[in-house]
Structures are given as structure tokens and as C-alpha cells.
Design a protein around this ligand. Structure first.
Ligand code: HQG
Length: 181
């Protein structure tokens, strides 16, 4: 992993799960002060400047982070475990969305439904290819087809993050279909 990738993993931890790791706090909307973040990271054994941070945000393969307009604040677009309100947009999903997971979780998921586990939401992908990548992070991937259109018509809310990840609070087993991939 390159230097910027390593920094990005750490920034992800700080902005989604553990601001304390850089000695900072986030506001209720998940924003960190950019200067405090840079100072905080430089107080660990890592080294970063505003140029590198801007490059990380610009080149991130999942567009995980956003600056505010004058670039004084930064936040993660989704994926939090700490309770922040990143002002997600409620949207109507397509008829089907997909959830990538590991083979070994399928039995439990088909009993309990999809739960957010340590995060605030269940994360869903708009296509099978993306779901497969998400699943691979956990081991041998397995993909579930989610009947999101039906859920939406039955009054369940969906949100679309700035970087195109679909989020919902949980998915009952009745809306899940195992796929052969
Ligand atoms: C599983 C990445 C057993 C769930 C991605 C998943 C995503 C259950 C794991 C984002 C369960 C949680 C999120 C149940 C759910 N029984 N297992 N009832 N319900 N699970 O990492 O969706 O690269 O918190 O299937 O792109 O894998 O980090 O969620 O396997 O957008 O930026 O519990 O993380 O983005 O794992 O990934 P995670 P996820 P980043």
C-alpha cells in the first residue's frame, strides 16, 4: 500500500469510527475541522499536509470524503459507526439492489435479515459487480438480491450517500433472495 493509501485508511478510521485516534472531535453532521485533522494526524507518527489531503480526497476510488465549500471542514460520506447525521438524501431505489457479504454470514442473514452491525446503516450496492467487491472484503463472497422497490412501496426509507452507496436501516429476510454467482 502506498503512503497516501495508508493515510486514507487512517483518515477513514478517524472520520467514521474513532476521531479520538487523531485527538479530534466531529460535529453533529460528521464534520472535522481540516486544520485540526492535519495537526492531529501530524501528532501521530504520520506526516500529512493540505496538498496530500486534497489529493487523497480527489483520487479516492470510492469518493469516501467531502470538503465543505471553503475547504475548512471535511467528512466521510458514509460508513460511520458513530452517531452523526451526514444529511443523507432520501431517495427512491431501483427495483433491486444488491448486498455483498461473505459466504459464512449467509445462514445467519437468512435467519435474522440484514442488520447494520457496527455501522449506522446496512450498505447496499446498485450492481452485482460492486456488491461482489464489498463481499470479497470479508472472505469468499456471496451476493444477496434485495427487493428494494417492494420495501420502498411498503414505506421503508432509503438514502443515497454522496458517493453512491444505498443505505437503509435493516432488511427483513422476506426481501432477500440468494443469488448464484
Ligand atoms: C454482515 C465498504 C451475520 C454484512 C463498502 C457484512 C461498504 C450479518 C458485515 C461499506 C448480518 C458487516 C460497508 C446478520 C449483516 N448476521 N452477518 N444478521 N447482517 N451482516 O463492513 O456492508 O471500503 O460493516 O453482510 O464499500 O460489508 O470501508 O459492512 O458482511 O460501502 O469505504 O455483517 O464498507 O466501504 O460488515 O461494508 P461492514 P459492509 P469502505
Amino acid at each position: 500500500m502506498g503512503k497516501l493509501d495508508k493515510l486514507s485508511v487512517f483518515i477513514s478510521l478517524v472520520l467514521r469510527h474513532k476521531p479520538d485516534a487523531a485527538g479530534i472531535t466531529l460535529d453533529e453532521h460528521g464534520w472535522a475541522n481540516v486544520q485540526e485533522l492535519l495537526d492531529g494526524i501530524n501528532n501521530t507518527k504520520r506526516k500529512i499536509d493540505i496538498g496530500s489531503l486534497e489529493e487523497i480526497v480527489r483520487t479516492d476510488n470510492k469518493q469516501r470524503y467531502s470538503f465543505n465549500e471553503d475547504k475548512t471542514l471535511i467528512r466521510a460520506n458514509q460508513g460511520h459507526s458513530i452517531p452523526v447525521d451526514v444529511e443523507l438524501k432520501e431517495e427512491m431505489p431501483s427495483e433491486f439492489l444488491y448486498h455483498g457479504t461473505a459466504d459464512r454470514f449467509i445462514k445467519s442473514i437468512m435467519e435474522e435479515g440484514l442488520k447494520p452491525m457496527s455501522r449506522l446503516y446496512v450498505h447496499l450496492s446498485k450492481d452485482i459487480e460492486t456488491a461482489n467487491k464489498v463481499g470479497k472484503r470479508h472472505g469468499k463472497p456471496a451476493i444477496l438480491k434485495v427487493h428494494s422497490g417492494q420495501m420502498y412501496r411498503e414505506g421503508i426509507e432509503f438514502f443515497l450517500s454522496e458517493n453512491g452507496v444505498w443505505l437503509t436501516k435493516r432488511v427483513d429476510v422476506k426481501y432477500l433472495e440468494q443469488m448464484n454467482v
